[in-house]
Design a protein around this ligand. Structure first.
Ligand SMILES: Nc1ncnc2c1ncn2[C@@H]1O[C@H](COP(=O)(O)OP(=O)(O)OP(=O)(O)O)[C@@H](O)[C@H]1O
Ligand SMILES: [Mg+2]
Length: 113
């Protein structure tokens, strides 16, 4: 299993959610976040003697998937979230050790979907 965390542009969220549902994912956690990448939130290349860091609003999605679905999900996030402009976001993929559905006690793949 994998935990996929993606930081995306807020206006891309609904399209991405629907695309991931179409792939077969069974849940998403979505959080409004802010942050910066290598431009430190600035849209223009640094030229001056000093510059500011500006956190930019983003949406974070966390989705736990089977290993079999992970690659497809990552590709779908890339496809939907890409505008080609700076600030499109990042995808982080981590191994996921254990999943438990609290109501039933089901675990792992059974608890995922
Ligand atoms: N190394 C990082 N660690 C944690 N979060 C990050 C990291 N890089 C980017 N992020 C998060 O992703 C958001 C979008 O980052 P962004 O797309 O600007 O990355 P980038 O590396 O600067 O790529 P680009 O050059 O395409 O802008 C940031 O606002 C931040 O929330
Ligand atoms: Mg950036």
């Amino acid at each position: 299993m994998r935990m996929i965390t993606a930081i995306i542009r807020p206006h891309k969220y609904e399209e991405l959610r629907d695309a991931l549902i179409a792939l077969g994912i069974e849940g998403i956690t979505v959080t409004q976040v802010s942050g910066f990448g290598r431009q430190r939130g600035q849209t223009e290349i640094y030229r001056g003697a000093e510059y500011n860091v500006a956190e930019v609003p983003k949406v974070r999605i966390d989705v736990a998937v089977s290993a079999a679905l992970a690659e497809k999900a990552v590709r779908e996030i890339e496809r939907v979230a890409n505008t080609g402009k700076i600030g499109d976001g990042k995808i982080f993929v981590q191994p996921l050790e254990q999943v438990i559905r609290i109501r039933t006690g089901e675990t792992n793949e059974t608890a995922l979907g």
